[in-house]
Design a protein around this ligand. Structure first.
Ligand code: NAD
Length: 364
């Protein structure tokens, strides 16, 4: 048994990779290595019941291969539930490339990676994620057709982040409705952690609605640019957990909802874009609930990006994608209702609905 004890800088996870639930259920996990280009990637196909496994490729400087494996197993599993709860004909998969996105990217690395994807014959379809972009996907596309998130100039759907942010915004408004009986965010104090592709767009939406916005990021340049553009107040990365706010929106990396942070949080709602926000779905899902915080399940409200790339497969239409992302509002309210009726955490209620859909599809 291999144990990943440590949490990476972003606090990804301290799960046991083998022997726990995150491994169980994966259909296929492929390790890709190429000496010439330095490519080290892992592709995880979690479940293809509903369709091909679609999920982005994350490029990150993992401290170890075990940590990368742990991350890809958790992320791919989340994609299965995300596709199922959103009602898309897609399975769950994800990939990680081990490397520094600022220094290690080359066209050949992505071409080689494209060859590995192609060898899976469509069981896995990729897209961009943290550390990769539409321009990287162009090189992947030179070697495989199983790639989405291509630039609009190539008939692709371009950057999915604006649609993701819109879906998160819808999930946040639904949470406000549930908590305060009014979905207006005017005057609400909102902290957005991570103002990258999704975070910045979310800041735009909530600022336009009149919220008081706090932002944090480890990238100072980006932080200052977003602050200047939207008048958001900068807070240090760690201080974000101690703010007296209404809504905490994690839009950086996962597992920020861990025992320490939940203990410190002073907010009524958590609604953000980051994948796998709960360090442990059961333990921290309950801890958040017990603290009286309403948690909008991440894989439910951040599905806008998946909706967007799914639309690319069918023939891209941004308006239709935004319209579909709007439905996240209704689904979020349904999940809150289910959680109340069945005495579940909101995370468990969302998981259950996704699993019910998977089960029905398997039976059919
Ligand atoms: P991004 O890389 O553009 O932005 C992430 C930002 O978080 C960066 O600016 C980074 O500097 C910052 N960051 C990293 N660690 C931090 C920390 N400890 N404190 C504060 N800031 C920190 O990524 P993105 O595309 O905006 O995605 C953000 C999150 O949303 C990720 O978890 C991603 O998996 C998830 N997500 C993104 C999409 C999408 O469409 N892009 C879709 C679904 C989910």
């Amino acid at each position: 048994m291999l144990e990943v004890k440590d949490i990476n800088e972003a606090g990804l996870s301290n799960d046991l990779v083998f022997g726990n639930k995150s491994f169980a259920g994966h259909e296929e996990v492929v390790f890709c290595y190429d000496k010439k280009t330095g490519l080290k990637a892992i592709i995880a196909i979690h479940d293809t019941t509903l369709g091909p496994a679609l999920g982005g490729t994350r490029m990150w400087m993992y401290k170890s291969e075990a940590e990368a494996l742990n991350d890809v197993l958790r992320l791919s599993r989340g994609m299965t539930f995300k596709a199922a709860i959103t009602g898309l004909e897609l399975g769950g998969g994800k990939a990680v490339i081990i490397g520094d996105a600022r220094k290690d990217k080359t066209p050949d690395l992505f071409r080689k990676y494209g060859e590995f994807i192609d060898s899976l014959k469509g069981r896995y379809i990729t897209a961009e994620d943290v550390g990769t972009s539409t321009s990287d996907m162009v090189y992947v596309h030179e070697r495989t057709k199983f790639v989405t998130g291509l630039p609009e100039s190539m008939g692709g759907s371009g950057d999915p982040s604006p649609v993701t942010a819109y879906g998160v915004y819808m999930g946040m408004k639904a949470s406000a409705m549930e908590r305060w009986g009014d979905d207006s965010l005017r005057g609400k104090k909102i902290a957005v952690q991570g103002v990258g592709h999704v975070g910045e767009n979310l800041v735009k939406y909530v600022t336009e609605e009149g919220a008081k916005v706090y932002i944090s990021d480890i990238n100072k340049e980006q932080l200052e640019a977003v602050s200047k553009k939207y008048g958001a107040e900068i807070v240090s990365p760690d201080a974000v957990y101690d703010l007296d706010i209404d809504i905490y929106a994690p839009c950086a990396l996962g597992a920020t909802l861990n025992t320490e942070h939940i203990g410190r949080l002073k907010c009524a709602i958590v609604a953000g874009a980051a994948n796998n926000q709960l360090a442990d779905e059961n333990i921290h899902g309950k801890m958040v609930t017990d603290k009286g915080i309403l948690y909008a399940p991440d894989f439910l409200i951040n599905a806008g990006g998946l909706i967007n790339v799914y639309s690319e497969i069918k023939g891209y239409n941004r308006e239709a994608s935004l319209e579909q992302a709007k439905n996240i509002y209704t689904t979020t309210l349904e999940i809150f209702k289910k959680a109340k009726l069945e005495n579940l955490t909101t995370a468990a209620a969302a998981r259950m609905l996704a699993e019910e859909r998977l089960l029905a599809a398997r039976k059919a």
